[in-house]
Design a protein. Structure first.
Length: 93
């Protein structure tokens, strides 16, 4: 595969992994808030931003290393009905 382009219609592992960044970040922030509310000894929410950066890095690493077995290439959009696609020939008048 020369260049990889995500495709919403594809169900390969890499295309499915492209949509998990938001939910993973929300879950991570929710767990950090939970730990802050439970008064865990030595836990300070103000110093947890490195955890969020580590989670982002782990998700990006997982996304880039996921296999593309069964990937469906992104197809160019079809022209509207009745419209002729542009010709590749150059006409000299």
């Amino acid at each position: 595969m020369d260049t990889y382009q995500p495709n919403r219609e594809c169900h390969c592992t890499r295309c499915r992994a492209k949509g998990i960044m938001g939910p993973v970040i929300l879950i991570t922030i929710g767990v950090l808030f939970l730990l802050d509310n439970l008064d865990v000894h030595g836990f300070d929410f103000n110093r947890t931003w490195p955890v969020i950066l580590l989670v982002i890095g782990a998700v990006k690493l997982m996304q880039s290393s996921a296999p593309t077995v069964g990937h469906v290439e992104l197809q160019p959009p079809l022209p509207p009905a009745g419209v002729q696609p542009p010709s590749s020939e150059v006409r000299n008048g």
